[in-house]
Design a protein around this ligand. Structure first.
Ligand SMILES: Cc1cc2nc3c(=O)[nH]c(=O)nc-3n(C[C@H](O)[C@H](O)[C@H](O)COP(=O)(O)O)c2cc1C
Length: 185
């Protein structure tokens, strides 16, 4: 297991009582190179060290990442005062591509979580003030529900505790092995 992943596992454990520790910021760029950033929920790490996120194929991020898979994650754990910045490559996984993965993520959602995917197309105008209607059923995974896997290329870790602070750079060497380098913060 790479050193950064051991550290992340520890950070998640130490902050397990803080729900916000499961949110991180995911940045992508559009076809003009304009950056966009949004908060997403961390849904786990795969055996091959990819961060798991769930999303909607009709969203801007899906369009952006399908054109430019390079993404950046910024994740701050306020309790432990640690920041992880991940340079990533995104894989977009639809129901058609991996039924098992996408269905398992859908089945883990609460009804309230599922509902958010059944309100209609995200980002389109909501013209009247009436309650949003649910289109579809909780039992059937909607075709637009998807999983984003973020493969980590490198990690810039900063721990604000201590004087001086502690910063580490994790990347892969030419043989694909993870190496770590301590940096001036
Ligand atoms: C705390 C929090 C958690 C969120 N989690 C997710 C998530 O896991 N997946 C997601 O697609 N959007 C999530 N969102 C909504 C996104 O931040 C964003 O508003 C939405 O996905 C549309 O983004 P886009 O137009 O850039 O695709 C979350 C928002 C907040 C505030």
């Amino acid at each position: 297991m790479p050193q950064w992943r051991q550290g992340l596992t520890k950070s998640l454990h130490q902050t397990r009582s803080v729900p916000e520790s499961r949110y991180f910021q995911l940045a992508s760029v559009d076809s003009n190179g304009v950056p966009y950033c949004r908060t997403v929920v961390f849904r786990g790490v795969t055996d091959d060290n990819q961060l798991v996120v769930i999303s909607d194929t009709r969203s801007e991020k899906f369009e952006q990442l399908s054109q430019t898979p390079e993404a950046h994650v910024c994740w701050y754990f306020s309790k432990t005062r640690e920041q992880y910045r991940f340079s990533c490559k995104a894989s977009l996984v639809t129901l058609e591509q991996d039924d098992e993965l996408v269905t398992s993520q859908w089945n883990k959602l609460s009804d309230a979580g599922k509902k958010q995917f059944l309100w209609g197309e995200p980002g389109t105008p909501r013209n009247d003030g009436s309650a949003l209607q649910i289109e579809g059923s909780f039992d059937k995974v909607p075709n637009h529900f998807c999983t984003i896997l973020l493969a980590i290329n490198s990690v810039d870790y900063l721990n604000l505790r201590g004087n001086p602070q502690h910063r580490e750079w994790h990347h892969k060497d030419e043989n694909g092995n993870w190496v770590s380098q301590s940096l001036i913060p």
